[in-house]
Every structure is written in C-alpha cells, then in structure tokens.
Design a protein around this ligand. Structure first.
Ligand SMILES: Nc1ncnc2c1ncn2[C@@H]1O[C@H](COP(=O)(O)OP(=O)(O)O)[C@@H](O)[C@H]1O
Ligand SMILES: [Mg+2]
Length: 401
C-alpha cells in the first residue's frame, strides 16, 4: 500500500496549502538569486507544515534540479567539490538550474554536525547555486552561525481548517465514507501537523470508511496521554508554580483528576511521610470539592486545583527518580461511574419528592420507575413530565435510557 503522504505529495505550489506568501518569497529568491546578497534561505516552521514539499513543488514548477545534501556532508570538502563542482559542469549539459537543499539542519546533532553547519555557513558565501536549508526551530544556539548568512522565511502553522480541507480532498479521491465531524476531530488532533493527520487518516480508514468509534478511541488515547503528562508534572516536580499549571491542558473534570492522582500516588510516593502529606492535600481538596457541589461555591475551584497540583507536588521531601507507569484503576473508575449514575437518580428523585411531597427514598422506590416507563413509551408524556418536574436534558436522557 502506498503511504498517502507520498501519494498526495504536492506536485506544484498550487497543491500547497496555507503558505502562499512564503512560496512567493521562495520563488523570488530563486529568480533573483544572482543579484542577492544572501545566498541562502532558512525555511522554518513546525513539523508537517510543508517545508520539504514546498521546495520540491517549486523546483518542479521552475524546472530545477534538487541536490539534497546533509549538513555533515559539508565537512567533506572533496565531496562538496564533487557534487557542487560537478553539477556546475552538468548544468550546461542538461540546461537545468540547480537548487541545493539541506533539509532539517537542526535535526542532526552532535559535534559532527556542528562542524557541518559551520561548513555550510562558509560555502553559502560563495556558492553559485541557491541553497535552501530547513529547520523546525531556527533560533537554536547551534544554528546561530548559519542564521546570519541566511534570509529567514517562516511557514505558518497550519490551522485545523487547512488540515480538514486536505483530509476531505483525500477522502473524496480515495472514495472514503466519512462524517465531517470526525474529520474535523482528526484535524484538530493533528495540532498543525498535516503529515501526522494524513497518516492518522490512512491508519484509521478500513473498508473504505472512517469509523466514528475509531476516531473516538484515538481521542480517548490522547486524553489519557495528556493526563499522564499532567501526573508526571505533579509527581516529579517539586516547584509549586510549575506544578500548578499541570492540568492546564487537561479536559477531564476534577473528579477524573482526583481518581488518577488518588490511584497513582502510592506508586510514586514511596516514603510514608510524603504520602501522608500528599493525601492530606488531596483530602483538603476533596472538602472544597464537596462545598462546591453543595453550595455552588465555584471560587473554591482555585483551591481545589492548587491542592491537587502544588499541594501534592510540594508534599515530597525529595524528587523520585524512578520511572513509574501510571494507570487509571478500573475499579475506582467503575465505582465512580456507578456513583455518578446513582447521583443522577438521586437528583431526579429529589425533584420528584419535592413536587409530590414525598421522601426521596419513596420517590426512588415508587414513583421514579413508573415515570421511567411512561417517558420511554410516550413522547408527549416525556416532555410533559420533564417540564413538570423541571428535569434537565441529561436527566431526561437518563430517564429514557
Ligand atoms: N502546506 C501543505 N500543503 C499541502 N500538503 C502539505 C503541506 N504541509 C504538509 N503537507 C503534506 O504533509 C506531508 C509532509 O510535508 P513536509 O513538507 O514533508 O513537511 P515538513 O517538511 O514541514 O515537516 C507531505 O506529504 C504533504 O502531503
Ligand atoms: Mg521536512
């Protein structure tokens, strides 16, 4: 099977999404190369934004031959003279202009490549061919010598709509059945990386279809990964300020965060004193959580977050260096889910009890089951009862489930 990232490689610059001004900049650089002072471009941008494919698309369009070399190749003077020197002779034979591409100059590491980067910087000064380098982060220390010799061109981080557009086009060409909402969710997940998005899409499509469950499962996996990152921050770091931002990117609600912390804390904090202090922070957080629930004191949320993060982080005397595999405990999760279900039932029963002047217990036992049956059987009854007892959407859904 052909990887779609290869199959849908942009052939001309028209196929490149979201980078038109940088493309123009690159084309002008090649056209005006002879008159320019700076003989190289440093194209930078996030992974999967189109750095490499832009260079290839432009060279197709302008009928250039690309010579792709590694940064470390530049240390080898013979090789450089051979490739660049020889190609200058070939130029007259094939009448094709050359373009030198040094892809991912920042990707290589170590002293070997450092030497290579210095060598490119030198060659740029008297090259007779346009040189284009690419990097994800052009401001890295090791690129400083190169940076000053190049003109910098930044590619945009692709928006999720940019990505959605491309995925949709691919689905249509591949005759894949999909729902827009799922493609959008994949597009958002890619966080600007079109290569990753196309790969995800290809790996999820089966039997000519993008299945909802598969997209959902992937996003569940992401959620788990972000919560694990958050746990690492809370457990491994002692700095209160850094720790307090741990859950900033986590979507899961406070109940879920409690469960994860609670379940994994004893695996991480093996010194009893640390454990005691950490659980103390958790239990204080739990008290505030209870007050929020009961009295809707939302300002306590700040305290809950502080105790969960900084509270737990600073509870340890020293850092724990061992690697710990964090996991949600299914048992706790099940209890919690059952509790939530029970709470919904209790909340509904409380509303019934109030209107019928009976006790909550009574309502659960006698009224609620009948109401459930009636609401499930009759749509009109469903709306009427929901209105009469002032049930919200979730409660109605629970009743007819
Ligand atoms: N701006 C873009 N327009 C169209 N396709 C793109 C774009 N960016 C990336 N792609 C797709 O993603 C893949 C990887 O792109 P590439 O140019 O290698 O990214 P980079 O070099 O920035 O990491 C390509 O196969 C291409 O299909
Ligand atoms: Mg690339």
């Amino acid at each position: 099977m052909v990887p779609w990232i290869r199959k849908y490689l942009p052939k001309t610059t028209k196929d490149i999404i979201g980078q038109s001004s940088s493309i123009t900049h690159m084309k002008n650089f090649i056209k005006n190369f002879k008159q320019l002072k700076k003989k190289a471009l440093l194209i930078y941008g996030p992974s999967g934004s189109g750095k490499t494919s832009s260079v290839y698309a432009i060279s197709n369009e302008m009928n250039l031959e690309i010579l792709e070399v590694n940064a470390s190749d530049f240390r080898n003077k013979d090789l450089i003279d051979k490739t660049i020197g020889q190609s200058s002779k070939q130029q007259s034979l094939f009448m094709k202009e050359k373009l030198i591409l040094v892809d991912e100059v920042d990707g290589l590491s170590g002293t070997k490549d450092r030497g290579g980067i210095q060598a490119i910087a030198k060659i740029i000064q008297n090259t007779s061919f346009p040189i284009i380098c690419t990097a994800t982060n052009p401001y890295e220390q090791k690129l400083s010598g190169l940076r000053s010799k190049c003109e910098l061109v930044g590619l945009n981080e692709l928006t999720y709509l940019n990505i959605f557009e491309k995925l949709k086009e691919i689905c249509e060409k591949e005759k894949v059945k999909f729902e827009e909402i799922d493609l959008k969710s994949l597009s958002r997940r890619a966080a600007g990386d079109l290569r990753a998005a196309i790969n995800d899409l290809q790996s999820l499509v089966s039997d000519g279809e993008l299945k909802k469950e598969d997209v959902r499962e992937l996003s569940e996996r992401d959620k788990t990964e972000t919560i694990i990152d958050a746990l690492v921050r809370v457990f491994k770091i002692k700095d209160a300020k850094v720790a307090s931002a741990a859950f900033d990117n986590v979507d899961e609600d406070f109940d879920q965060r409690f469960l994860w912390l609670d379940a994994n804390l004893p695996k991480e904090y093996t010194r009893p004193e640390d454990l005691v202090r950490a659980y103390d922070a958790l239990s204080k957080a739990d008290v505030y959580r209870g007050r929020i629930r009961r009295w809707q004191h939302w300002r306590f949320l700040v305290y809950v977050n502080c105790l969960l993060t900084a509270g737990v982080a600073t509870a340890k005397d020293g850092k724990y260096k061992e690697f710990v595999k964090y996991a949600p405990t299914m048992r706790l999760l099940k209890i919690w889910q059952a509790n939530m279900k029970y709470q919904k039932r209790k909340a509904i029963a409380a509303k019934i009890a109030e209107k019928t002047h009976s006790s909550v217990k009574d309502a659960i036992k006698n009224t609620l089951p009948y109401m459930q049956v009636m609401m499930q059987k009759d749509k009109g009854m469903k709306t009427n009862l929901a209105e009469f007892f002032d049930l919200d959407k979730e409660e109605v859904a629970w009743m007819v489930k």
